[in-house]
Design a protein around this ligand. Sequence first.
Ligand code: C5P
Length: 248
Amino acid sequence: MQVPSYAKINWSLRIVRKREDGYHDIDTIFQTISLADTLTFERADRFALTCSDRTVPVDERNLVAKAARALGVDRVAIHIEKRIPAGGGLGGGSSNAAVTLMTLSKMFSIDAPLDRIALQLGSDVPFFLVGGRAHGTGRGEILTPLPDIDPVPLLLVMPRERVSTREAFQLVKIGGNANNDFEEPIFAKHPRLREYKQRLLDAGATFAAMSGSGSTIFGVFADDATRDAARATFGDVRTETATTVGRA
Ligand code: C5P
């Protein structure tokens, strides 16, 4: 069985406070986008996990393996066809984990509290059980679904720079007034990212921002033609086109 595993962007992301448990309360608007990995699930004699991207670990560190283990499933072969870059702020690993929880619980008729397991796997995983556009508070797991919007053309600029979410939270100052509180500290560390954001705006984006803790910078365009013309000006860095996607 083949299942798409969609990426997300954050329309906005504020860091509200540092908590006693070491995590931060955030206030964010998540949005599913069309960029997706493909996960293939097949019954097997034992657990096996493979990935098209050799740089992605396929051992117990992989959130897909953790998700299967959390459900007690060990007779499945899973393959990840990767298109969402790791460390890019697009929630690729979290999305893969949520898809694994949803698919395996159906495939093996397991009645488990998926939202609680999802949060144990990672702060962004619960969103991917909901999808579409949603307001997230707490660690991002207190979710309010928002009405879908018409598909919006997006250009994703995916720099080589990779950002560790944990380190990004350590760098962030609380109480700014940016659209994404991670932008200032991450742009200070990786000045090229600020330039990509400006170049998106110069190329006609009506809005541009970093997604999550980066490093992906996305631009919003009025139409596909403007977006595609903008893409042609980014020969020096990986880009992908995408659109927003509504709730399944
Ligand atoms: O939840 P997840 O494992 O994805 O988080 C990775 C790291 O990012 C956490 O260990 C924590 O340091 C930081 N984090 C945080 N507040 C959040 C989410 C993540 O401080 N809401």
